[in-house]
Ligand binder design. Sequence first.
Ligand code: OOB
Length: 546
Amino acid sequence: MSISEGLVAWPTDLVARYQSLGYWNGKTLWEHLWAAAQKFGDKEALTDGDTRLTFNELVDLSDRLAENLLEREYGSGDCVVVQLPNCWEFVVLLFACVKIGVIPIMALPGHRKNEISYFVEHSGAKAIVVADEIRGFDHQAMAYDVAKGSPSVHDIFVVGKTDVPGSVDLRQLISVPPTSKETRRLIDAVAPDSQEVALFLLSGGTTGLPKLIPRSHDDYGYNFRQAAKVSGCDESTVYLVSLPASHNFPLACPGLLGTLYSGGRVVMARSPEPEQCLSLIAKERVTLAAVVPAVAQRWLDAKVDNPNYDLSSLELIQVGGARMAPELARKVRPILGCTLQQVFGMAEGLLNFTDLDAPTDVVCDTQGKPMSPGDEIRIVDDDDLPVNEGEMGQLLTRGPYTLQGYYRAPEHNARSFTADGWYRTGDVVRWHPSGNLVVEGRTKDLINRAGEKISAEELENLIYHLPSVAQVAAIALPDKRFGERTCAVVVMREGCRPLSLDEICTVFDSIGVAKYKYPDQLEILDALPSTNVGKIDKALLRRQFS
Ligand code: OOB
């Protein structure tokens, strides 16, 4: 099946509008890198430990890899699942793929067999790209495990030790010239169109496993160009990637793509751990970093504990992914000595930022305003009717970089979009008098654990794998460290002894579930409370166990 059959096309009037207003500029992601290299050639673009690449080197390496992929018969519309830690090879691979129309699926390092198999099946991916290991977990072995059951997978590309026969060393494909001169001639002929899908991001998921979000060259290009503008990104920017690089926030809000586009430098950190990141900020003179609130809290604590960290280069910290407590927001400038920018965004599109020069109250008490004049916002009640000015309601949106539909998910799309094509974000918001949005809650049933989204339904389905479970409800509880923690409320089958958290973890281990989805807390009840209409009363459960 060709990719386009699983996509929801953009309405032609919107395409014309976005093109004429210059939001969509007809460039592919590769052309953006190329243009930056023309301008900034020998300036350093990417730093990963001792590896330092200039713009020209980044282009050359990506070009080489693209040629080698082409020679291995990868081309337009082929999907590859990419699961790498934050490293220079990730960036080279991304550009190589988008140059020849190969579509990367942006898996997170935390995903395990359960999730990766699903991405492969759903997309018919031709390859899985993994690191040999990340934090003691053998990703190469997992990739083989996934490939065993998936006939579409031809190759497993590995960054690191390729000790399994058949694995292809990605670094070698980056460093060795292709064998045929023909490839060079062919490569320009296979360049994708800017309206084609450049990559698939993953949704936080409200039902079942994460959905695939198609992002085109045109819409994603606008995403990082406009985000770069509202965050003041330019050639003097030094951007620290500390969240997983495949997540929309560090990838393109403005993230690594917006920084490279602007001629700035990208510094890769393997994890958001404060010791590593605060040292890197000092060493590389980082000016801009993006984190989730739970990480911001840990960086603040670390700086208070160790005032010797030199953070004088840091100009701006972007915080998003989950609601930031206003009290935490108010500590940012006094402790880190930099500006705070709240970012309320989603992999599906819409991005909101507080202005760089907004008054303290606005920066600390709101989640920002839509970054583009092309973003359309409706705040509605349960009947999709607009609420009164300043009242809270469900956020619907449409715009030049917000999806038209998830990939191959017609039923889900019917629920997630209005009949006239507006995306139901599942967030409950209100307008602040300053013209910014305040996130008040959500209607979607998920747990936002330190910015990592867990679908309650998916978690419940996983827990039903345990035969002694009669009924389960997964709920979010307030948590000091994570913002929200995951609680499973379980009713045991008659005659079965109460379950333990360890037993759930053992079963999750055997299925291969991402660790961040493991419940933090388990409660056993004789029966689950229900609402008047007979649904499980999760609000009551939340009150009971908070
Ligand atoms: C970002 O993207 P996702 O796709 O992981 O999650 C999106 C959801 C939003 O719908 C909202 O429920 C929540 O995460 N969220 C926030 C928030 N930012 C995201 N809730 C409250 N306050 C915020 N500042 O999380 C994401 C993507 C791009 C940039 C930033 C975050």
